[in-house]
Design a protein around this ligand. Structure first.
Ligand SMILES: [Fe+2]
Length: 171
């Protein structure tokens, strides 16, 4: 399923599966997942920039609905389709295993953060006047900064693994 925030089409992670995957396919899938998460970050940044006076309640309500499932589904896809593929290929490299564990931990942290944001976005969407705009902005910026940093780190690490082991090209 694909969803829209601020006119952007976003995926909730339910990307199509392929019965036979050429080696590059998991990385192409990851690139799409990163693209969708970065689009979500852009939408959340637009919400943060609109605080407190120009906020779109409908956008906030919609973001509250999709942010949790989308992050969980995309992370699950990354771990099942991409990390499992990498782990299988480089099973004898303990540093690869450690790196993937770190990336999974970061997924967990961002999913917890998304749950906290859900409640706040819900309240913004419902025009709850008790929401502190400064706190809401701080939470939003903390989340999308963390997700952008994670994606940058993840891409860099996977590029490093491929270059080191395969002489391959980055995701
Ligand atoms: Fe990730």
């Amino acid at each position: 399923m694909r969803v829209k925030i601020n006119g952007r089409t976003l995926s909730n992670g339910a990307r199509p599966t392929a019965s036979r995957e050429p080696p590059v396919e998991p990385l192409a899938w990851l690139a799409g997942a990163h693209h969708d998460q970065l689009a979500l970050c852009d939408s959340l940044e637009a919400i943060a920039d609109s605080l407190p006076g120009e906020i779109n309640r409908e956008t906030c309500a919609y973001a509250a609905k999709v942010i949790g499932p989308m992050m969980r589904d995309l992370h699950a896809g990354e771990e099942q389709r991409v990390f499992a593929w990498i782990e299988h290929r480089f099973a004898d490299d303990a540093s690869v295993h450690a790196l993937l564990e770190r990336l999974k931990y970061e997924h967990c942290e961002d999913e917890c953060f998304a749950e906290e944001l859900t409640e706040m976005l819900d309240r913004l969407g419902a025009a709850d006047r008790t929401v502190n705009a400064e706190t809401a902005g701080y939470m939003l910026r903390g989340f999308f900064t963390s997700v952008r940093r994670h994606i940058s780190f993840e891409k860099e690490c996977l590029r490093g693994i491929l270059v080191q082991h395969l002489g391959g090209k980055p995701a």
